[in-house]
Design a protein around this ligand. Structure first.
Ligand SMILES: [Zn+2]
Length: 445
């Protein structure tokens, strides 16, 4: 396949922006990036896709998502974290059956693809995790996912499992799904957070990660003040200090949020090369706080972006996260903090690095997988400047999911000319409405 865009934002080592270049793809990989050659194009007519007005960028990477929650959008607004979990999210997740979970996952994947996200790290849910994996596989999206582990739950006791069965189940799931779909699907060991996980569960799931090369450890940390006060009451330590004290912190650990983090903990994040997943919309909407991302970046700590779940955002588009990630820091750190190019990289190559996938994805370079997005930056609302650097500003400050024209994963179109090749939106909405109705009945009973 030959893709001929207007320009290419490569995010390569030199951050080159190429004009009059095309990308050639074979077996899902980028095999060459060369200057346009009309003779070559006419010889290979059937393989050529011309997008003369569109900008080609790497597919976006989101490092903290809850696909199982998409169905609950709009049903848990204006609450803070522990109430949000206790009153809404735990009862709803607890009421999922396979069909409602499938609807939720499909809604989420569809929204992610339509807004240009091609790789995600998903937190999963307590039951029927295989439904999530099966849909990730059949959609063809790139994902690291895993069962959400909960073996203690004071907030909503019905929503938990026992430690031993959690450990047995994740071993089976990881054996079944890790490194499947040509390596596109990997396993992520995902204890929910300290308050819902015994020390044994935190430790054993971390140890198990070592048996599955390329898998990750994914949890929430230091999101809310009441949460960390409770962690301190139980364990006499701050959240990240506690993780360190029990040895569940390393460079294959992705901690979502990291808002309420002291200097000592910041040094632990740095020392252990932990990946911080920054979720600005969710952090603002739940009133959790603002993570000190400029400080993390200055210290060389890995930062990437995630939309979190639909009921705490209420949108899965990475464009909102990029725009907010930039804007919310400026009142405190000054307007130079979090410039558009830096933020764009958090959503692409830095996301890939966070997941240890940077040799495969995150930039447009020969040898990498063809996870690509075409953006239309020519509308009335976009900049009229022809300056290359304006492209980052146009993407981060101006664009939205509406700017996404086409999306490809490993050389396969998922969205073409704004149309999903996977899902029928009308049918998806109808099924989801029916499933939500039934789920809400189950919550009541
Ligand atoms: Zn989350």
């Amino acid at each position: 396949m030959i893709i001929v865009p207007k320009n290419i934002v490569t995010v390569d080592g030199k951050d080159r922006i190429l004009k009059n270049h095309f990308v050639e793809i074979e077996n899902g990989k980028i095999i060459s990036i060369k200057q346009n050659d009309e003779k070559y194009f006419s010889k290979n007519k059937q393989r050529v896709f011309r997008f003369d007005d569109l900008t080609l960028i790497p597919g976006f990477v989101q490092t903290h998502i809850h696909l199982c929650q998409t169905l609950f959008r709009g049903l848990a607004d204006d609450l803070e974290l522990l109430d949000w979990l206790q009153l809404r999210i735990f009862p709803y997740e607890n009421a999922h059956n396979k069909n409602s979970l499938l609807s939720s996952v499909r809604l989420g994947i569809n929204e992610l693809l339509l807004s240009g996200t091609t790789t995600l790290l998903d937190m999963g849910t307590l039951r029927h995790q295989e439904v999530i994996f099966e849909e990730l596989q059949s959609s063809g999206i790139r994902a690291i996912a895993g069962k959400c582990l909960i073996d203690e739950n004071n907030l909503f006791p019905a929503f938990k499992s026992d430690t031993e069965s959690e450990i047995d189940e994740i071993y089976q799931l990881a054996r079944t799904y890790h490194n499947t779909s040509n390596g596109k699907i990997k396993y992520g060991f995902a204890p929910r957070f300290v308050l819902s996980s015994s020390e044994k569960l935190l430790k054993e799931s971390f140890e198990m990660k070592k048996d599955f090369e390329g898998s990750l450890y994914h949890t929430h940390s230091s999101e809310n003040k009441d949460e960390i006060a409770e962690v301190k009451r139980r364990h006499k330590k701050e959240n990240i200090e506690y993780f360190d004290s029990i040895g569940v912190i390393d460079d294959h650990s992705v901690f979502a949020h990291c808002i309420h983090v002291n200097d000592k903990e910041t040094n632990l994040l740095k020392k252990n090369n932990v990946r911080v997943s920054h979720c600005p919309s969710s952090n603002l909407k739940l009133g959790s706080g603002i993570a000190n991302i400029p400080k993390y970046l200055q210290k060389g700590i890995s930062v990437s972006l995630g939309a979190d779940g639909a009921p705490c955002n209420n949108n899965l588009s990475v464009f909102n996260e990029m725009r907010l990630a930039a804007l919310i820091q400026k009142p405190v750190h000054g307007p130079l903090a979090m410039d558009a190019k830096t933020v764009f990289k958090l959503a692409t190559i830095e996301g890939a690095k966070a997941l240890h996938l940077h040799n495969e994805i995150g930039s447009i370079e020969v040898g990498k997988k063809a996870d690509l997005v075409l953006l239309d930056l020519n509308t009335n609302m976009h900049s009229m400047s022809e300056n290359d650097e304006t492209i980052y500003s146009d993407i981060v400050y101006t664009s939205s999911s509406d700017s996404v024209n086409s999306v490809m994963i490993e050389g396969e179109w998922k969205i073409l000319n704004k149309k999903s090749l996977l899902y029928d939106q009308k049918e998806l909405n109808q099924t989801s409405k029916d499933e939500l109705k039934k789920l809400l009945k189950r919550v009541k009973n």
